[in-house]
Design a protein around this ligand. Structure first.
Ligand code: SF4
Length: 369
């Protein structure tokens, strides 16, 4: 039985001294892990990459970044229905996860003190029916698959009942954090498969970030859901000390491909409070990504390196001749999509607004920071 752990001072691998030192961090940003994921950590190594994913670090209190850098809380049409793009919403169905990633861009929204989670399936379906221009729904949180199966099933049934919605994705890290949630509940696998029609699949957007997350249990959970007819893709956040190494990143992406998932995005972290020490400067991130890509089997090379802006997803295309080149992949204003722009390279810049040209007004695209 997997046990969830929410208190540092009761964690079996954290000494009382360490718990005391990190008490402010876990009061500021939610802490959660579980016995399954903790068993994957080498507790003798203070820099263990999986430890860096879930265990609080003193450095999280050292930056003054914005708690809601992407201004997501301003974009809720009704509670939990967040208008990301003209044709896509994010549906926030819970503020809980099977563990909490220290790099989460919603880390300040996971404390249970904001009204961010969704209304009833009926209200969501009614809102979608009134907005037929929305064709794509990303069910997210928090971790959607931590909800009870009847709640997940009711939400999927409600959204499936809206004819204009042709794309449903579930953003899920539970396959890496606690695959027993899948393995111990055949009714969840059945529900996901039942709502995933040929030609109109449900997609799972996984977050496998490190090769050691591909345990036999995680792989078995992926295979069961995939064999039920669900489509699968993977997004990797690039995190300092976790996968900022071409060999490690390529191993993740090759495992993803080998398990029948599509490599989708490699994310550079957003400028969210508490995250700076986990970020990688963008030009370095590009070089790591490029070196990893050359280690991938040909058809696994589908991933794109991106950074999120307030109103867009921005691709990082390359670094050349002292310039770093970007392209708008997806924007709330569709007329901006495809636009290419570049900044003079700055080896320390971790976010778009840390480039001098951004500040000097040559960044003309209205996509936010
Ligand atoms: S699983 Fe996703 S939502 Fe949950 S803490 Fe990690 S990044 Fe955030």
């Amino acid at each position: 039985m997997v046990q969830y752990r929410n208190r540092l001072d009761q964690h079996p691998h954290v000494s009382p001294d360490e718990a005391e030192k990190l008490a402010d961090v876990s009061r500021t940003f939610a802490f959660r892990t579980n016995s399954y994921y903790d068993a994957l950590i080498n507790w003798d190594d203070p820099d263990d990459p999986l430890r860096r994913i879930v265990m609080p670090m003193a450095e999280e209190l050292l930056d003054n970044l914005d708690p809601d850098h992407l201004h997501e809380l301003d974009d809720h049409a009704i509670p939990g229905v967040q208008r990301k793009y003209e044709s896509q919403i994010n549906l926030l169905v819970t503020d809980t996860c099977a563990a909490i990633c220290r790099y989460c861009f919603r880390k300040t929204q996971l404390n249970g003190d904001e009204e961010v989670t969704t209304a009833s399936p009926e209200k969501v379906a009614a809102w979608l029916t009134e907005h037929p221009e929305v064709t794509s729904v990303v069910i997210t949180g928090g971790e959607p698959l931590i909800l009870s199966t009847p709640r997940i099933d009711a939400m999927l049934a409600a959204i499936r009942g809206v004819e204009s919605v042709t794309d449903i994705r579930i953003s899920a890290k539970i396959f890496a954090f606690n695959p027993h949630r899948i393995l111990d509940d055949d009714t969840l696998v059945e529900s996901l498969g039942r709502h995933s029609d040929d030609g109109n699949r449900i997609w799972i957007g996984h977050h496998f970030s490190h090769p050691r997350e591909f345990t036999p249990e995680a792989v078995e959970a992926v295979r069961r859901v995939r064999n039920a007819g669900v489509g699968m893709l993977n997004n990797v956040p690039m995190v300092r000390g976790v996968n900022d190494d071409p060999v490690v990143l390529a191993e993740v992406m090759n495992r993803v491909y080998g398990e029948g998932m599509t490599n989708y995005y490699v994310y550079c972290l957003s400028a969210v409070r508490g995250n700076r020490s986990l970020t990688v400067p963008l030009s370095e991130a590009y070089r790591i990504f490029d070196a990893a890509r050359s280690r991938l089997t040909c058809s696994a090379r589908t991933g794109k390196l991106v950074i999120q802006a307030e109103r867009a997803n921005i691709g990082i295309l390359g670094v050349d001749d002292g310039r770093i080149v970007f392209q708008v992949w997806h924007a709330r204003d569709p007329s901006l999509e495809g636009r290419i722009f570049s900044f003079a390279e700055n080896a320390d810049a971790r976010f778009l607004n840390e480039y001098a040209e951004f500040h000097h007004g040559t960044f003309e695209l209205d996509v936010g920071h």
